[in-house]
Design a protein around this ligand. Structure first.
Ligand SMILES: Cc1ncc(COP(=O)(O)O)c(C=O)c1O
Length: 384
C-alpha cells in the first residue's frame, strides 16, 4: 500500500546514533522537536512514541476527566476516539461533510448548542447506552482526514462560543495548510504521527505541537513517567506514562525533516499522476480539495465508488492483479467494541457510513513511479 521514502542520509543518521551511548533521552529528540515545531511555526514540540500517545497526552493536558464529553468524528483512524476512552471520557460523534470526510461544522455547532442546553436536547446526541454518567462537554477533537485540514475557523469559533478546548488530530496532515496556516497549529494542540506510511517517518513516533507553555511542560513530564523538572530518576511528580521517543527514531525524523519539501513534492507528483489518469472515469470520484486547503500534503489517495457493491467488485478485481487496496476508513462507531459499549447502529451517521462503504485507498507513496501509477489507473479503468 505504501513505502517509506528513505535515503543514505536517513540510514547514516540512525547508524550515527547507534555508535554513541545515547539511545534514549539524548540530543536527537530535542533536535527533532525543534525541526517539527520550527517547520509548522509553533512554540513547543513534544516528541512521543506514537501519534496515539500524543493525542492521549493532549486530552490529559486539556483536563479531560472520566465522564466528560468530547465532540469528535467517527470517520477517522481508531486512535482519535480510543484516546477519549483512555481518559474514561465519552466520544460524541458528529457526522461529516460528504465531500471531504471532515467534521461538518454545522452539525458540530448544533451538537455543542444542544448538549450545552442539557435535557432532552442533549440526549439526542448521546449514544443509546454507555453515557448514563455523562458529565460536561469539555472539548472538540477534530481530525484532518487523509491530510486535508478540517474547517478550523468554524471549529475554533464554536469552541470559543461554548468554552471548549480544541485538539487537532493532524496525524495525517504534516505540511498541509488551512488558509495558509500549517495544519496542527490552528487549535490549542496539534499532533503528528510518523508511522512508515506517513509523509515523514520515524518508524514509530509522534509529535505534539502547541503554544501553551504550561501544557507543554506538563506533557513533557507525562511522557517521561511523570518526572518533572528537578525530579530524580526515581521520583515522579505526576502519574505519567512511558511515551518517550527513542534517539534512533528521532534521528531518522531529523533527517526526514531536512528534506521535507522534497518528500511532500514527490507525494504531490504521485497524486497529480493519479488525477491526470483517472479524472475521466465516470463511476469513480477522486479526492475533493476544498477552498480552505491552501496546500495539500498527501497522505493517502482515496477514491470513491457509487456504492458498496461496486467498491467490493473493484477491490476484488485489483487484488487479482496484485494491486493492494483498502477500504478507508471503516467508521469507528461500527467497530465491534464501540457497538458493544455504546449501542451504535451503522445508520446513526449516514455520511460517515456512506464514505466508509464507498472509499478505497489506492497504493500511494512518494516513491511510486509514473509507470506504477499508470498500471494502477489502467487496471482500474479496465475493471470498471
Ligand atoms: C487520524 C489519525 N489519528 C491518529 C493516528 C495515530 O498515530 P499512531 O499510529 O502513530 O499511533 C493516526 C495514524 O495512523 C491517524 O491516521
Amino acid at each position: 500500500m505504501s513505502s517509506p521514502d528513505l535515503t543514505e542520509l536517513e540510514r547514516q543518521a540512525v547508524l550515527d546514533v547507534v555508535q554513541t551511548r545515547h539511545l534514549s533521552m539524548g540530543p536527537k529528540i530535542k533536535e527533532f522537536e525543534v525541526a517539527v515545531s520550527g517547520f509548522v511555526g509553533s512554540k513547543y514540540g513534544i516528541g512521543v512514541n506514537s501519534g496515539t500517545s500524543g493525542l492521549h497526552l493532549c486530552l490529559l493536558a486539556a483536563g479531560i476527566q472520566p465522564g466528560d464529553l468530547v465532540l469528535t468524528t467517527s470517520f477517522s483512524f481508531i486512535s482519535s476516539s480510543n484516546v477519549i476512552l483512555y481518559c474514561g471520557a465519552i466520544p460524541i460523534f458528529v457526522d461529516v461533510d460528504p465531500r471531504t470526510g471532515n467534521i461538518d461544522p454545522v452539525q458540530l455547532e448544533q451538537a455543542a448548542a444542544d448538549i450545552s442546553a442539557g435535557g432532552e436536547q442533549a440526549r439526542k446526541w448521546l449514544p443509546r447506552k454507555g453515557a448514563e454518567n455523562a458529565g460536561e462537554l469539555k472539548a472538540i477533537l477534530s481530525v484532518d482526514v487523509f491530510g486535508q485540514p478540517a474547517d478550523h475557523d468554524e471549529i475554533n469559533r464554536i469552541a470559543k462560543k461554548y468554552n471548549l478546548i480544541h485538539i487537532e488530530d493532524s496525524c495525517e496532515a504534516l505540511g498541509s495548510t488551512y488558509k495558509n496556516k500549517k495544519a496542527g497549529t490552528v487549535a490549542d494542540f496539534g499532533v503528528f504521527a510518523f508511522y512508515p506510511n506517513k509523509q515523514v517517518t520515524t518508524g514509530e513516533g509522534g509529535m505534539i505541537v502547541t503554544d501553551n507553555e504550561e501544557a507543554a511542560v506538563y506533557m513533557t513530564s507525562l511522557r517521561n513517567l511523570g518526572r518533572s523538572v528537578g525530579d530524580t530518576w526515581l521520583s515522579h511528580t505526576h502519574l505519567g506514562y512511558n511515551y518517550r521517543l527513542n534517539e534512533m527514531s528521532a534521528a531518522l525524523g531529523v533527517a526526514q525533516m531536512s528534506r521535507i519539501e522534497q518528500l511532500l513534492a514527490s507525494r504531490a507528483q504521485v497524486a497529480k499522476w493519479y488525477f491526470e489518469r483517472m479524472s475521466d472515469i465516470p463511476s469513480l470520484s477522486l479526492p475533493h480539495i476544498t477552498d480552505t486547503t491552501s496546500f495539500m500534503s498527501w497522505f493517502v489517495f482515496v477514491v470513491h465508488l457509487n456504492n458498496l457493491t461496486e467498491r467490493e467488485r473493484l477491490a476484488e478485481a485489483l487484488s487479482l492483479v496484485n494491486i493492494p487496496v483498502r477500504p478507508y476508513f471503516i467508521p469507528i462507531h461500527i467497530q465491534p467494541y464501540f457497538v458493544k459499549l455504546f449501542g451504535y447502529i451503522a445508520e446513526d451517521f449516514p455520511n460517515t457510513l456512506s464514505l466508509g462503504q464507498r472509499g478505497l485507498a489506492l497504493p500511494f507513496s512518494g516513491v511510486m513511479t509514473e509507470e506504477q501509477v499508470d498500471y494502477v489507473a489502467q487496471q482500474i479503468k479496465q475493471s470498471l
